[in-house]
Design a protein around this ligand. Structure first.
Ligand code: ADP
Ligand code: MG
Length: 776
């Protein structure tokens, strides 16, 4: 170890020399100048001093002041200069993979290095890290996973948790774990970084630790609300009875197809309606529910963009949209526009969490002179990614956010209003390099009704995965542990999650982790998908199940363009071929694409069948990842003939899908012209029309298992597979013999509820037989 020490010390010195040379090079000097111009640089020494004297420090500062890229570097540089570089191992967590990758790349570039030298990154599926890597950017999920096998974070000298103001579930969870780890690792340093000022809560959570604020400078940003925008872009109110095709239907989908003229009338009318309601705006509910920004349509955004391109000074435009779907549809629309779609005048880019890293780099590039950069983004560009040349921001005011209705145990995914804090962040993005402008596509009175801050994620999502993790990290009772969070979730949410984990057999009655539970906690997917993977391996139909699970964890590969929805739905139903299963459709679509890829016609195939090639590629690489994970756990035989022995058996695949998705089941009753679907908790439910079953008028199976139900107005089921009685009896629920009783009781409850007496009888017989079997 003395030899080792010597080698490490020598490497540190080499690194120091290398850095010196870089700083003296022309490019390095330029970079140094840039780094020194950031507001964080002035606080460098104070920061380092506070960090060395305190185990926990909270650092706040405006977005863009240099927290993420600079502070980890300051620590690294100081440690190397002090000659302890070899002992320094810094982990900096990011809530999203895209920021972990972008930031590590940036920091390496600032140091004149390649990724994998002193700086690296690690996210699910990807990572670059070398033997000498001392500063690792990773997702919060990756650090949590590491804690599974390395409870004390051996060898780590600094943990930096970034973007804690977002109050993501993983970050809140990590803070509880780290708080308990600190006494065991007195030399470990914990640094918390937050963009907003209300950081007191973090300091007091750790017992009143010091806070350092980095004063920043931002230019003023002028804000326009909807009423100003309408005036500026010259909209006139056209009374609705004078426009030809402006109908009663206010639904947004149909709106997008309407002519612009009628749409503008619609927008203006709505805006005025809201404006007239101004006096009520103190009654939050009132003004928020009557104003529906979806009806704004893309045309208004298009108009503002044209206005900027024609009238305004140079500068990039950042458009905040609700989600991936919207971004893609708007991009298509803009590309068809004579001005905005002209690449010699506009550089149109997108920015969202699941884009490829090559795509990501483009958003930081400067466009040529005379070309205006327009970036359509999700709220990811709100705080974690800084695009330098933004001068104009367009804010739709909403973000897609998961919420969780604990009472009905139903997750909801709805575009919902952002908070005042988030709106301020979005606005601030315009004032980083010069005075900027922000266009809010909502009236001022709606803004006034926004909540101050967003609810922490822990309080608005189902807790199944997190509960499993608490158990596998041996952190004691789930509800005790969660009660130590910054803000604890509702008891009912916790109970629902525990109950669910018991139903699927991941926890036993005493809340102890079962063998299945332990395996599930090692797989980086939701418990239900993990269970499907494990069962797919056990029942030797691995290939198709890998595809289903990868498909469900990436996103739907089937595209549903609004204007070609019918054709797209038809294309999808061909893949289901009377199977009554969205999951089998994914398998067929993927396999067809693989065949086409082998003949170099993958893109043609996707185009013809309304499939997304990037999504299929993502599914493809995720499948490989899952496969090697299962192999590591020891569940996969070496011989493909074994683990794929039953891969062509549709009924078995259905059964394995059922083991994963149970208790997500609903009963099917075929009426004369329609189908009636019911779940136990929700009563009547509906299918999304892009489910292959949503197009059927008769489903010759008594049950559907579904992946996800979402409450919009009614409860909708997404992706379902039809199954028979016997599949439900044999594959729904737990698999371990000791639990048979509880499982059967549960199933019995379902059968009674859905009034299937003959089935109940079969089931009683089965129960008796099984009990005898177990006794013997
Ligand atoms: P903070 O974490 O405080 O929001 P960052 O450390 O992310 O700030 O960014 C500091 C500055 O570094 C930004 O203002 C931006 O100018 C620059 N920067 C960050 N990432 C990149 C990048 N990938 N390319 C170019 N400049 C970048
Ligand atoms: Mg940052």
């Amino acid at each position: 170890s003395a030899v080792m020490e010597k080698i490490l010390r020598r490497r540190s010195l080499q690194l120091l020399d290398q850095q010196q040379a870089w700083k003296e090079s022309e490019e390095g000097e330029k970079m140094q100048r840039f780094r020194k111009s950031l507001p964080s640089y002035k606080e460098r020494d104070a920061l380092l001093k506070t960090i060395s004297r305190n185990q926990v420090v909270v650092i706040t500062g405006e977005t863009g002041c240099g927290k993420t890229t600079q502070i980890p570097q300051y620590i690294l540089e100081a440690e190397i200069e002090a000659g302890c570089g070899s002992n320094c191992r810094i982990i900096c967590t990011q809530p999203r993979r895209i920021s972990a990758m972008a930031v590590s790349e940036r920091v390496a570039a600032e140091r004149g290095e390649n990724l994998g030298e002193s700086v690296g990154y690690r996210v699910r599926l990807e990572g670059i890290k070398g033997r000498d890597t001392r500063l690792l950017f990773c997702t919060t999920g990756i650090l949590l996973r590491r804690l599974l096998v390395d409870r004390n974070l051996k060898g780590v000298s600094h943990v930096i948790v970034d973007e804690i103001h977002e109050r993501g579930m993983n970050e809140d969870f990590l803070l509880i774990v780290l708080k308990e780890l600190l006494p065991r690792r007195p030399e470990l340093r914990l640094i918390l970084m937050s963009a907003t000022l209300n950081a007191d809560q973090f300091s007091s959570y750790f017992g009143g630790v010091p806070m350092v604020h980095i004063p920043g400078f931002t230019y003023p940003v002028r804000t326009y609300f909807l009423e100003d925008i309408l005036e500026m872009t010259g909209y006139r109110l056209t009374p609705s009875n004078q426009t030809d095709d402006y109908g009663q239907d206010k639904s947004w989908k149909k709106q997008t197809l309407r002519k612009r003229k009628s749409q503008i009338a619609f927008v203006v009318e709505d805006a005025l309606e809201v404006a007239n309601l101004k006096e009520y705006s103190s009654q939050t509910q009132n003004s928020l529910s009557c104003w529906n920004p979806d009806s704004i349509g893309f045309n208004l955004i298009e108009n503002v963009l044209c206005h900027l391109c024609n009238n305004e000074k140079p500068g990039a435009v950042l458009v905040f949209m609700t989600g991936w779907d919207d971004i893609n549809s708007l991009k298509d629309q803009l590309q068809a526009h004579p001005l905005l779609g002209d690449p010699s005048r506009v550089l149109l880019l997108v920015c969202h969490g699941s884009m490829a890293s090559s795509e990501q780099r483009l958003i930081f590039d400067k466009p040529e002179d005379g070309v205006r950069k327009i970036v359509l983004s999700t709220n990811i560009a709100e705080t974690s990614i800084t695009i330098d040349d933004v001068v104009f921001v367009i804010d739709c005011g909403k973000a897609k956010e998961t919420s969780y209705d604990a009472l009905n145990n139903t997750p909801c995914l709805l575009p919902s209003w952002i908070s005042k804090a988030a709106a301020g962040q979005r606005r601030g993005r315009a004032g980083r390099v010069q005075p900027g402008e922000c266009f809010c596509l909502y009236p001022k009175c709606v803004y006034d009704a926004f909540a101050d801050n967003q609810l922490p994620e822990l309080l608005r999502t189902p807790l199944q995965s997190i509960c499993l993790q608490i158990k596998s990290l041996k952190l004691g009772s789930i509800s005790d542990f969660l009660s130590r969070a910054l803000q604890s979730p509702k008891l009912l949410s916790v109970q629902n999650a525990i109950e669910y984990l018991k139903i699927i057999g991941a926890l036993d009655e005493e809340e102890k982790l079962t063998i299945l539970g332990r395996h599930l906690s090692m797989l980086p997917v939701e418990p239900k998908l993990g269970k499907m993977l494990i069962m797919g391996a056990i029942f030797n139909c691995l290939d198709p199940i890998l595809t289903v699970v990868a498909g469900l964890s990436v996103r739907d590969p089937f595209l549903m363009p609004i204007d070609k929805k019918d054709l797209a739905e038809q294309a999808k139903s061909q893949f289901a071929a009377r199977d009554y299963s969205d999951h089998l459709a994914i398998i067929r679509a993927y396999e067809g694409w693989k065949d086409a890829e082998r003949e170099q016609s993958g893109y043609d195939y996707c185009w013809k069948n309304f499939l997304s090639a990037p999504t299929l590629k993502a599914i493809d690489s995720l499948r490989k990842e899952f496969f090697s994970l299962l192999k590591d756990i020891g569940l996969v035989d070496d011989d493909p003939n074994v683990y794929n022995g039953w891969s062509n058996d549709g009924d078995l695949i259905r059964a394995v899908i059922c083991t994963g998705l149970y208790p997500g089941i609903c009963s099917v009753v075929n009426k004369e012209t329609s189908i009636s679907l019911k779940t136990m908790e929700d009563g009547r439910v509906l299918l999304y029309s892009n489910s292959v079953n949503g197009r059927e008028s008769n489903i010759p199976y008594p049950w559907l298992v579904f992946n996800e139900k979402i409450k919009v107005n009614s409860v909708f089921l997404r992706d379902s597979t039809a199954i028979s009685d016997s599949v439900l009896l044999l594959f729904g629920g737990k698999f371990s013999c000791g639990e048979v009783d509880g499982h059967l009781k549960m199933l019995g409850g379902y059968l009674e509820f859905f009034m299937k007496p003959s089935l109940a009888e079969t089931y009683m017989n089965l129960k008796r037989e099984l009990e005898q079997l177990i006794q013997s």
